[in-house]
Design a protein around this ligand. Structure first.
Ligand code: HEC
Length: 256
């Protein structure tokens, strides 16, 4: 006579499977921990430990699992990505409300994965970088960084297909390449200082039309006044950039 499981035996088996599933899900998330660095927190798998280095005018340190390491810099004296950027691809993402520029090597494992946040906390800049064959893991660690002024409800969806050739794909890069010659964030140069007040006086839609479709921008008193102040010099237009790129630039300007 063939073996037939009784209904109660089936139930028991089902319950056992559910219990195993719940326990394994729990351990999966419990495999990650939050490392507290004081000014910020970073989540990483349980076998990662933090380390601190003594920086003179910046907070320097990192986290490691003994094999892979990520270094951070938290201070005021870096601007954007340093060094040769030819062999990298770039993307911009919102990480817990902070605009982050991220670069990855074009070839797997040939160079560092690096993240730069221009305004991490009260104008302090943040860099997190390291080399690892496990890109997915490093990006997941990047996405977990939380500062005191972070907003954990605001997150972008970054995936590797969003990474592009330099200089596209990053609001920071587009800004550095196209705007810095005439603008500073706090001083008047050829154009007005791009202060938070100035940027906030314009909506995202207004800024988009200003850069992409200026002929259809409705003239307003604010802009006419600025025009008078700056005479013949006009701000540039970004007709060659895609919609997505200009939107990323505006996110960068708006800091969100
Ligand atoms: C050749 C110099 C020059 C460059 C390059 C330039 N700007 Fe301007 N910008 C100006 C001048 C001059 C004004 C004021 C007159 C005007 O509005 O055209 C201005 C105005 C502005 C304004 C204020 C608009 C308003 O009325 O509220 C913003 C915002 C701005 N620029 C952002 C940018 C950004 C972002 C970039 C880079 C993509 C950029 N500018 C590149 C010269 C420049």
């Amino acid at each position: 006579m063939p073996f037939r499981s009784s209904p109660s035996y089936m139930n028991l088996r089902l319950i056992t499977i559910i219990v195993i599933l719940i326990v394994s899900c729990k351990t999966k998330t419990a495999d990650w921990q939050s490392l507290d660095f004081g000014d910020f927190k970073i989540k990483a798998p349980n076998d990662w430990r933090k380390f601190n280095k003594h920086g003179i005018d910046a907070y320097i340190g990192g986290l490691t699992n003994g094999k892979d390491s990520l270094w951070f810099y938290f201070g005021s004296f870096v601007s954007g990505f340093q060094g040769n950027n030819e062999n990298y691809l770039f993307a911009q993402d919102t990480i817990n409300g902070k605009i982050a520029a991220i670069k990855i090597p074009k070839k797997d494992s040939a160079g560092a994965i690096e993240m730069f946040i221009n305004n991490a906390q009260d104008q302090t800049k943040f860099v997190l970088a390291g080399s690892s064959a496990n890109r997915h893991l490093v990006l997941k660690i990047f996405k977990s960084v939380v500062f005191q002024s972070s907003d954990t409800t605001k997150n972008g969806t970054l995936n590797t297909s969003k990474f592009k050739e330099y200089p596209l794909g990053s609001g920071t890069t587009i800004y550095n390449w196209n705007c810095k010659s005439c603008h500073s964030l706090n001083k008047m140069l050829v154009g007005p200082a791009l202060t938070t007040e100035l940027i906030n006086s314009r909506t995202k839609e207004w800024l988009y039309t200003f850069f992409k479709d200026r002929k259809n921008l409705k003239q307003d008193s604010l802009n006419l006044e600025r025009k008078k102040e700056f005479g013949e010099t006009n701000c540039i237009e970004l007709t060659d950039y895609s919609k997505e790129d200009v939107e990323q630039l505006i996110s960068y300007l708006k800091g969100q």
